[in-house]
Design a protein around this ligand. Structure first.
Ligand code: ASP
Length: 459
């Protein structure tokens, strides 16, 4: 017999079916036992009575969250006892066969208790993810990604993967590094974003690229960040800032329509960086009329960022966006230090959800920008020789944007932290409590990668 999903049970009233899933709740009433069974599509009530001794006995031995199979007949539920919250709430199954696939011991936490500490939830994430809220969060996340893929495919984009074992890309954070076994003393860096790869894909002539990309940044943890996070990363050739803004707006509009059935008005308001700072004293203003309304979505663009900013290191400059951002040439030619850049951020309700820029496609300008940043010719060649070379070979004008996907999903779902929309996040101290990672390496592993530890003294 083929398994029926719980959401499809209604269609088979009065028929014999087989369902598979987990024991969501057990209610014993003397000679009656009700087992509420849950699968990914919903819950349904099943019943056995003391008259049916073998099944009654098995049901009596069951525990919550055990994994089971039930065969039986679907009957309509008596009037007034229907459960409106379930797609199978108006039917019930009279158990004829009950098989236990796997019994569940006492749970480390009550799945229905909303106050469980986050560390416990993360340690037993596979149980936490059984909760309908978490399943909903991740399924909506998957739907959003599907909307993105469908939309961008229709617009002529191709999806490419880029390496994880890579070289430092200056996105402004520390790199996570991976030691090389075969090349002693050398390290890969995990990408802080696919920035240079996507630019090289433009040099290669693909014209429209996107990726749902993992990015790794070893930052001091602020409360709601993750050391690894997901970006929607995209890049286009032969475009202006306006083209990227327009594409972003249409895609956001589509996502809001498909997931929240909400129409958002485009184009979004635009403010220059100077205007925003003057008027709101921040570069990511919250333009909601009523800041307590969870259904209000106020998008805006911030443009014309200063190209460079003072670094913590005295006398040094850093790129406000990143060093591959095209400066606005009139201001750059006048005085690089006060130049503007062709960079833009998309802001939603006071949160920066994405940022991008038109890139430098001319080798001389890229080299000049590196110089302004205090990177001399020798260092340029060592670190970015491949890019400077590539730009010489007929590189097209290009630009793009990246969105923080976790944050976007969080805002759409209106949940408290990005950890609620990531299947296996790290905790606030950047630890994976389920895997217990990071963890020490064996002496053999350390030796293999030519590493001797020099640990800080224990206090
Ligand atoms: N790579 C940039 C970032 O991660 C985004 C972009 O310029 O496309 O911030």
């Amino acid at each position: 017999m083929k398994r029926t999903l719980i959401a499809d049970l209604q269609k088979s009233t009065n028929k014999e079916v087989e369902i598979k899933g987990w024991v969501n709740a057990i209610r014993e009433h003397g000679k009656l036992i009700f087992l509420e069974v849950r699968d990914i599509t919903g819950t349904v009530q099943t019943i056995t009575t003391a008259k049916d001794e073998p099944n009654f006995k098995t049901a009596k031995s069951l525990t919550k969250e055990s994994c089971i199979r039930i065969k039986g007949k679907i009957n309509p539920r008596p009037k007034g006892t229907e459960n409106k919250n379930s797609p199978a709430g108006n039917v019930e199954i009279k158990i004829e066969e009950l098989e236990i696939y796997n019994k569940c011991p006492a749970l480390p936490f009550d799945l229905e208790n909303k106050d469980t500490s986050e560390d416990i939830r993360l340690k037993y994430r596979y149980l936490d993810l059984r909760r309908p809220e978490m399943q909903n969060n991740l399924i909506i996340r998957s739907k959003i990604i599907k909307v993105i893929r469908d939309f961008l495919n229709k617009e002529g984009f191709s999806e490419f993967e880029t390496p994880i074992l890579a070289k430092s890309t200056p996105e402004g954070a520390r790199d996570y590094v991976v030691p090389s076994r075969t090349q002693p003393g050398k390290f890969f860096a995990l990408p802080q974003s696919p920035q240079l790869f996507k630019q090289l894909l433009m040099v290669a002539g693909f014209e429209k690229y996107f990726q749902i990309a993992k990015c790794m940044r070893d930052e001091d943890l602020r409360s709601d960040r993750q050391p690894e996070f997901t970006q929607l990363d995209l890049e286009m050739s032969f475009v202006t800032q306006e083209d990227i803004i327009d594409l972003t707006e249409r895609l956001l509009q589509k996502i809001w329509k498909e997931t929240l059935n909400t129409h958002i008005k485009i184009p979004f308001p635009k403010l220059t960086y100077d205007e925003s700072m003057k008027k709101y004293n921040v570069d990511r203003p919250d333009l909601r009329k009523n800041k307590n309304d969870p259904k209000e979505f106020a998008f805006c663009w911030i443009t014309d960022f200063p190209a460079f900013d003072k670094s913590e290191e005295k006398g040094k400059l850093i790129a406000t966006h990143h060093p591959f951002t095209h400066p606005e040439m009139q201001s750059f030619n006048k005085n690089p230090l006060t130049a503007k850049s062709i960079a833009y951020d998309i802001v939603l309700n006071g949160t920066e959800i994405g940022g991008g820029s038109i890139r430098i496609h001319e080798e001389e300008i890229q080299s000049k920008v590196f110089e302004v940043l205090g990177i001399n010719k020798k260092e340029q060649k060592e670190k970015f020789g491949f890019l400077l070379d590539a730009l010489k070979f007929g590189a097209p004008p290009h630009g793009g944007i990246a969105w923080g996907l976790d944050r976007l999903v969080q805002i759409i779902l209106g949940v408290e932290s990005i950890r609620e929309v990531i299947a296996f996040p790290k905790n606030k101290e950047a630890r994976d409590l389920m895997l217990n990672a990071p963890s020490p390496l064996s002496d053999k592993q350390l030796k293999d990668v030519h590493i001797k530890l020099n640990l800080p003294k224990k206090k």
